[in-house]
Write a protein that binds this ligand. Sequence first.
Ligand code: ZN
Length: 138
Amino acid sequence: MKSYRKELWFQTKSRREYINITLQVQQAVRESGIKEGLVLVNAMHITASVFINDDESGLHYDFEQWLEKLAPEKPHSQYRHNGYEDNADAHLKRQIMGREVTVAITDGKLDFGPWEQIFYGEFDGMRRKRVLIKIIGE
Ligand code: ZN
């Protein structure tokens, strides 16, 4: 069995952002040379997510509105976690949107269903953060 590891680094301009990382994951699969296997893609931070959904701007706006209803950023004082930090909302948003995705690799390609794209979801950005890609297979 072969394995391959790669990190992707991000520094978003705003606190919250969604970045389509599908092409970078496809590139990593190519670099690995693995034709049949699995790719794991996970956020390496507890205030960011990796998830699969549609690359549609209306949906991303809806995610923002929905997450702000469930875990509004402000007032910061509403959360016990905040004090030294101000990112309790980001921990909660990440919990809802998930830590990682696993995608099958078939014939050297990501074996997606219709419209599936991989996103990095940032909830406490404007600093350097990373995503781990781990690929195993033959
Ligand atoms: Zn925190």
